[in-house]
Design a protein around this ligand. Sequence first.
Ligand code: FE2
Length: 247
Amino acid sequence: MRYLILSDIHSNDPAFSAVLDRVQRKKHDRVVILGDFVGYGAEPNEVIDRVRKMRKRKAMIRGNHDKVVCGLDSGELFNPVALKAARWTTERLSEASRRFLEELPIGPIEVDEAFVICHGSPRDEDAYIFSDYDAYLNFTFSDANVCFFGHSHIPSVFSLEPHGIRVDVVRGDRVRMRLKRDCRYLINPGSIGRPRDRNPAAAFAVYDSAERVVTFERVRYDVEEARERIHRAGLPGMLGDRLLIGA
Ligand SMILES: [Fe+2]
């Protein structure tokens, strides 16, 4: 099976549509989305409508922003800019979009007995995995062989090898990685709508579970347009400006 692994779209429709244009000619069997459909960007309803129209069978979980904008979480831990964007989003969500977000399952969940998905980490959907120690805590918590996660917006692979944990921050427009049989993995495909690895191109991954190969890809899109839409919407300007530098 080939899985399209998408994460952290964050209401950025120009980025999301560019990714969908890239993958439409490629074969994949299922779509996996690791949460944070909305927040920060200017097109929450457009992004959700696009997801709902995707015909392939989907496995999806909620992210921290999804929870806050539909009222399942207060957002008290958000910084003021993120909270402002969340409130802006809440006011503009259509009824169908709000219901879609409310009904998203809580991770971690298992997909086809092939891998596990979560938003922040298997231990805690709101917690980040940035360091080898964060990864270690999650490798001891969950015995999943392969787990895809989002939230950090950094394309990265944490590998539990026989003698320790290896960390790869993935760089490049197209990077293939074959997973070893005797290791376990926590894998982040990166963010479509708000990359934070100083590369503004939208990030996603494809996982071939039979070959055990993950392909990380980057797609350049009209970042200026996404920035403009954020400014025109009256969202905090820095949310648009930071898209230009991938921060
Ligand atoms: Fe996010």
